[in-house]
Design a protein around this ligand. Structure first.
Ligand SMILES: NC(=O)c1ccc[n+]([C@@H]2O[C@H](COP(=O)([O-])OP(=O)(O)OC[C@H]3O[C@@H](n4cnc5c(N)ncnc54)[C@H](O)[C@@H]3O)[C@@H](O)[C@H]2O)c1
Length: 256
C-alpha cells in the first residue's frame, strides 16, 4: 500500500522532465497514471519505464493541450482505461525568452495557449470525471515566475501568474459546489530538466547551471523529484484540507 494507493492520475506533458518524474513518483506510491503528451513516443517511454517495474499501471495517450477536442477524448479514454480519474496534473508548459519589445506576438500567443489555455481546458473537462472519484485533486504546475517577475520573459511571467489565480478560482468553485476536489498550484524555480537546455546551449552546462544556482539561496538548482514530492503530497489525501494554496519549491528565492 503506497501513499497513492487506489488513485488514478492524469499528467499532461509527462514524456520528460517534471511530468515524467511525477508519473514515476506517483506510480511508485501505488497510483495508476496516464501520461498524455504531444510527444507520444516520449509518453510511451515513460509508461514503459514505469511498467518495467512489474505492474502495468501506466498508460500513454496523445494530447496537444491547446486542443479542446483532444482534451475531451484523452480524459474520457484515461477514465476508461484506469477505471476513473482522481488526480489531474496540468504540467505541460513551455518558456520562450524575449523582452516586451522584441517578443513576437505569435510567441506570446503560443506561450499563453500552451501554458494557460491548457489549464483552463484540463480543469474544465476533468471535473466531470473527478467528481465521480472524490476526494480528488487538481495540481497545476505554475512557476516561481508566476509570483516574481523578471525583465526578459513577459509571456512566461503572465502565463504562470494566470495559472496561479486560475487554480484558486477552481478551488473556490469546487468548494462552493460542495465538491471534495482540491485545486492547488506548485511554483518551482530552476529545476534540472530539458526546459533549461536552451540556456545550457548558450553558456555551456556547467556555467549555465552555476549562473542559475547563484540566484537560489540554497545555492543549487532543483531536481525533478523536489517537485514530484510536493505533487505527491497534493495528490494524496494527506492534503485533504489544502485547497487554493500555492506551494513554492524554490530553494528560498521568494523569501528574499
Ligand atoms: N524545469 C524548470 O526549471 C521549471 C521551473 C518552473 C516551472 N516549470 C514548469 O514545469 C512544467 C514542466 O516543465 P519541464 O521542466 O518538465 O519541461 P520539459 O520541456 O522538460 O517538458 C515539457 C513537456 O511538455 C510537453 N508539451 C509541450 N507542449 C505541449 C503541448 N502543446 N501539448 C502537450 N504536451 C506538450 C513536452 O513534449 C514535454 O514532454 C512546465 O509547465 C514548466 O513551465 C519548470
Amino acid at each position: 500500500m503506497g501513499r497513492l494507493a487506489g488513485k488514478k492520475a492524469f499528467i499532461s506533458g509527462g514524456a520528460q522532465g517534471l511530468g515524467a518524474a511525477m508519473a514515476k513518483r506517483f506510480a511508485a506510491e501505488g497510483a495508476a497514471v496516464t501520461i498524455a503528451d504531444i510527444n507520444l513516443d516520449g509518453a510511451r517511454q515513460t509508461a514503459a519505464d514505469i511498467n518495467a517495474g512489474g505492474s502495468a499501471k501506466a498508460f500513454a495517450l496523445p494530447l496537444d493541450v491547446t486542443q479542446e477536442d483532444q482534451w475531451i477524448a484523452a480524459l474520457e479514454e484515461a477514465a476508461k482505461i484506469m477505471g476513473g480519474l482522481s488526480v489531474l496534473v496540468n504540467n505541460a508548459g513551455i518558456g520562450v525568452a524575449g523582452d516586451i519589445e522584441t517578443m513576437r506576438f505569435e510567441d506570446w500567443k503560443r506561450v499563453m495557449s500552451i501554458n494557460v489555455d491548457s489549464v483552463f481546458l484540463g480543469c474544465k473537462h476533468a471535473l466531470k470525471h473527478l467528481r465521480q472519484s472524490q476526494p480528488a485533486s487538481i495540481i497545476n504546475i505554475s512557476s516561481i515566475a508566476g509570483l516574481i517577475a523578471a525583465h526578459n520573459m513577459p509571456a512566461y511571467n503572465a502565463s504562470k501568474a494566470a495559472v496561479w489565480l486560475l487554480s484558486k478560482n477552481v478551488a473556490l468553485y469546487c468548494a462552493k459546489h460542495k465538491l471534495d476536489i482540491r485545486s492547488n498550484s506548485i511554483h518551482p524555480t530552476f529545476i534540472d530538466t530539458p526546459i533549461l537546455d536552451k540556456y545550457r546551449d548558450m553558456f555551456g552546462k556547467e556555467e549555465a547551471e552555476a549562473k542559475l544556482a547563484r540566484q537560489v539561496p540554497l545555492g543549487r538548482i532543483g531536481e525533478p523529484n523536489d517537485v514530484a514530492n510536493a505533487a505527491l503530497y497534493l495528490a494524496s489525501d494527506e492534503s485533504r484540507f489544502v485547497t487554493g494554496a500555492e506551494i513554492k519549491v524554490d530553494g528560498g528565492i521568494s523569501a528574499m
